[in-house]
Design a protein. Sequence first.
Length: 366
Amino acid sequence: MKKIAATLLTMAMLTSLAACGSSDKDKTDTSDKGGSTSKTSAEGEGTEDASGGKEYASPEFTIKLGTSDNNTSLMFASLDNFANNVSEQSKGRVKVDIYTSEQLGSNAEMAEMITMGSLDAMMIPQGEEAKYAPKMNALGLPFLFSSYPEVYAVLDSEIGNSLVEEDLANNNMVQLAYWENGLRQITNSARSIEKPEDLSGLKIRTPEDSLTIETFKALGASPSPLAFSELYLALQQGTFDGQENPVVNVYDNNLNDVQKYMSITNHKYECKNMVFCKSIFEGYPEEIQDMLKEAAKTYGQEQRDAVVNSTDKMLKELEEGGMVISTPDTAPFQESCESVYENFYKENAWGEDLVKQIQDKIASVN
């Protein structure tokens, strides 16, 4: 199956050649897994370029960035472009090494490494980030968003910053930009899901995210968490009947090979964001901090656009490959999830007010 990410990857390779350098992609063996930013002895060494700026013979700062995504994904394509841009803009002073497919550990393990200062950066899923910034959980309430314009109206407003800034700082984290995971759909190997009752008896894999687990319990399924890197094999072996993920993750990871049915429910939104260890990030010179922030926003937007613009084509290819795709009426699903909101409000004193702010922002774009 042709991957839509190929085009972005080709562009990334050309950019890399033009810049005379790139990140070491898809690292498979590292001698210091979990180590923090390295600062090489080459500091201060280099040559003058044509414009009078210093060209670094070797990087002064090497950033280790971990992600659960594989190296054929849209996420990796934009991360690779991010790494190339940082190298080019810093004239070789900063190098970003991307470690894919949970090579440095699961999302939960990488997040803990960030807080401890033993990993520089990661692409952190919303559910994992919410363990450190609880207000992020509001984004994952079932059926809160129905479209990407609604999502971006919220995340790119003052609300988006308020969800993470203070709480992440208290956990030695800093978020540089919102990136994309997507609106999530249900797949399984047993039957088409047209109503909540169709989920009864199905064992559904979820991320390590309590809100997702609660949502699928409310829908009548039997949810259980599992690391994403273990998902394909678990579905292939029948350990799980189904799972829930954005279309792009189903497509990029060939989950259609082990899942027959997909139901377009948009039951939950999830972002996946670029987060750095705060103490490490603040140790960079100010100009490097600014450069990283700008690049994170630029290529985060690129990755968002790639996800949104490729979804319809991906669905068409999945369907042509034999996957049965349906679009059920979600009203009964929403009714089944009312208890999730009730419990959220009980557990979080700020919950109802925050959800109202989000709903008001959504209403402003509809």
